[in-house]
Ligand binder design. Sequence first.
Ligand SMILES: Nc1ncnc2c1ncn2[C@@H]1O[C@H](COP(=O)(O)OP(=O)(O)OP(=O)(O)O)[C@@H](O)[C@H]1O
Length: 368
Amino acid sequence: MSISQQQVMEALGGVLDPELQRDLVTLNMVRHVSIDGGVVRLQLKVSSLHESLKSELRSRVTAALRGIEAGVEGVEIEFTTGLAQGGGGESKPKQPESEGVDLPGVKHIIAVGAGKGGVGKSTVSVNLAVGLARQGAKVGILDGDIYGPSLPTMMGLDRFEAKAEGKHLLPFEVHGVKAMSLGSLVEDEKPLIWRGPMAHGAFRQLISQTLWGDLDYLIIDLPPGTGDVPLTMAQLLPLTGAVVVCTPQKVAQDDARRAVAMFRQMRIEVLGVVENMSYFIGDDGKEYDIFGKGGAELMAQQSGIPFLGRIPINTALRYNADAGDPSANFTGDDALARDLSELSRGLVSQVSMHLMSEAADRPTLNVT
Ligand SMILES: Nc1ncnc2c1ncn2[C@@H]1O[C@H](COP(=O)(O)OP(=O)(O)OP(=O)(O)O)[C@@H](O)[C@H]1O
């Protein structure tokens, strides 16, 4: 009895990626399968070419394929990354072929994600959006964190009534930015306990029914983590790239690495890492290194991702977020204004570099 491609794919459907804990088929990691007698040859797309990851995957895949009844005698695996650098053999990450949302007036959609909650993802999203607008760009921001929407408070949307025009929603226009949040459309106290498909549907409706008009950048504040909801949301959109927010501690870096792996598996380029809550400046003017300043930068270096900059723990930042006044971050404390402006300037350069490298991209390897 010969081994069939279907048997191989079924077996691979039972193998979990060690980083993302999802199976290789769902993650679209299997790029090529050929069967030659009892030998199965595979090409697997991985988020990094680290020896430990490859050897763990090799042993999991081999064990699964050896379980096929027809009798697999040998397994050969070629690993490839989605990145052009390092000679991975494939083109740079591409936009997902989503059955997704098309926003023709929006030049760049940038997702802001984090491996864990509470690291300042919404803070970075809001201040990137306002920073870009202050540089003269046309900017929108969408609160994708549908379980715990922060934008109504952080951008001060809760002072206004949501407005519709026919079937469309009009975005709030605040701080030079067009903003939309599900939190502005539901009652304050109502818990948003939606499961995967419903959350997905609500997000899709929110983004596609909002009248964004022409935008240079649309920032998407994703839900935290690497679960199904942020994953399907990111897949739905033709993203230019993603920004990952991380605090300096080792545990936060580990989670951020998983977020990076999630984006890379979806062939979404990670445009940069932001280190939030980097350090604290006390009333005495001294710098206190609470979480281990530089940890996120190190993680970015190790993962081959640009580092966009750091934000210290700053009382004014928290106060302005609670007051719904992010513009004040750019007009008050000079150091804070400088740090935040650097982030948006860094993002603009990374987007330009991404566009240049896409233009110079080699043709995609033809995998049959
Ligand atoms: N650098 C900082 N200095 C002071 N306060 C901060 C800083 N970064 C974030 N905060 C505050 O910490 C809280 C959590 O931040 P934020 O909501 O941005 O995190 P998040 O990662 O988006 O959270 P969630 O996972 O719930 O979406 C907010 O009150 C915010 O104002």
